[in-house]
Design a protein around this ligand. Structure first.
Ligand code: SAH
Length: 350
């Protein structure tokens, strides 16, 4: 048994043949899956009934069940999905509108790669209870399928719960599928992976020769502070991480974006900004995204910095010629921080 949503378009023919099934039907199968977007083989009415029964047995489709959908005032929709084993997964759909506010210019989905997270970053709700398990490729695809009713995606980011490089194979399979021309066909440059700095992942990703975008969560400019905020730093300290980033950029010619969540009084000083600029410059072409902290229940001591501090931080980076974007968190009124909706649901139900 192989889940239909984990099979790359080019693999179908061989798999059907192996099972003594009609390989020439691969094209019809792909059309049913990724043009008609079926979520049950019975909806594939172009296929004969007995063949559909074979497909159900050999290549089941397992949609995720939507158990909650929270819409924010800014249009962000946060979905809580239930997987076949009952585990809860979060995914968020984030619309962007033209400056005059009228037109939808982008629809970005943020997917989870794991249930919970083992990385234990201090400010992140996803890791507050550790990791339950990694998601399988078809479950990541199921997140995308579940969000389809909210609109046609233009971008996908793997920035939900979990660490994609700690679930490398299944995450990559899902992304390759979503990117596949005869699959959902979302362009590689519209797909972004984000890692907290699991160093072996960089070499693997570079070797794939794909055009996916890569973000790296840095959040601190030195080991002393990063050790405190991100336990992963004790395994792969900043010097090693930046060396891996540099090698990745030189090998792939792709720009890395560093994510820096700004926490009041923790990593928001002018000195931090100066040090960050020096570090980031070790990686050719690298950019920085500043993200004001989204408060989390388990760390009430972590607060969002005020506007003036953010602007000073930004100014220091720009004066040091680091290309920087100040991001605004979205969906604030709806448990927007990574892993927060699931955590609050688990706590409510406990
Ligand atoms: N494990 C991956 C992807 C998931 S987290 C990674 O660490 O990159 C996606 C991004 O959200 C990361 O940059 C993470 O640090 C950030 N994040 C997590 N909790 C946050 C919070 N409370 N406020 C702001 N950003 C947060």
């Amino acid at each position: 048994m192989t889940n239909a949503w984990s099979i790359l378009p080019d693999e179908w023919k061989a798999l059907l043949k192996e099972r003594g099934m009609r390989a020439f039907r691969a094209d019809q199968i792909l059309q049913a899956l990724y043009r008609d977007w079926i979520s049950d083989w019975d909806q594939a009415t172009t296929l004969p009934k007995d063949f559909r029964e074979d497909l159900k047995r050999e290549f089941p489709i397992t949609p995720a069940e939507e158990v909650a959908a929270d819409r924010s005032d800014d249009g962000t929709v946060k979905l809580l999905l239930k997987m076949a084993d009952g585990n809860l997964v979060e995914t968020v759909v984030i619309p962007a509108f033209s400056r005059d506010g009228g037109e939808l210019t982008r629809l970005t989905q943020c997917v989870s790669s794991q249930i919970g997270c083992a990385m234990g970053c201090a400010f992140c709700a996803s890791g507050a209870r550790g990791v339950v398990r990694s998601l399988l490729a078809h479950e990541i695809v199921a997140e995308v399928m579940a969000a389809r009713k909210y609109g046609t995606l233009t971008n996908l980011v793997v920035m939900g719960m979990g660490e994609p490089f700690a679930n490398y194979d299944e995450t990559m399979r899902a992304l390759k599928l979503i990117n596949a021309g005869r699959g959902p066909n979302l362009g590689a440059r519209h797909i972004t992976l984000s890692t907290c700095g699991v160093v072996p992942g960089f070499k693997k990703l570079a070797a794939e020769g794909l055009q996916f975008e890569l973000s790296v969560s840095l959040h601190a400019p030195n080991d002393e502070l990063r050790d405190e905020l991100m336990p992963v730093n004790r395994r792969w300290p900043i010097a090693e991480l930046l060396a891996a980033c540099r090698d990745y950029t030189l090998a792939t010619k792709r720009v890395i974006t560093f994510e820096y969540t700004v926490i009041k009084g923790v990593n928001d000083s002018r000195a931090c900004a100066e040090e960050l600029a020096r570090q980031v410059k070790k990686v050719p072409m690298a950019k920085v995204n500043l993200i004001p902290l989204s408060p989390v229940d388990h760390r009430p001591d972590f607060k969002t910095p005020d506007e003036a501090t953010l602007l000073t931080f930004l100014d220091v980076l720009m004066k040091n010629r680091v290309q920087t974007m100040l991001r605004r968190s979205r969906g604030k009124d709806k448990n927007a921080a990574c892993g927060q909706l699931r955590l609050r649901t688990l706590e409510r139900d406990a």
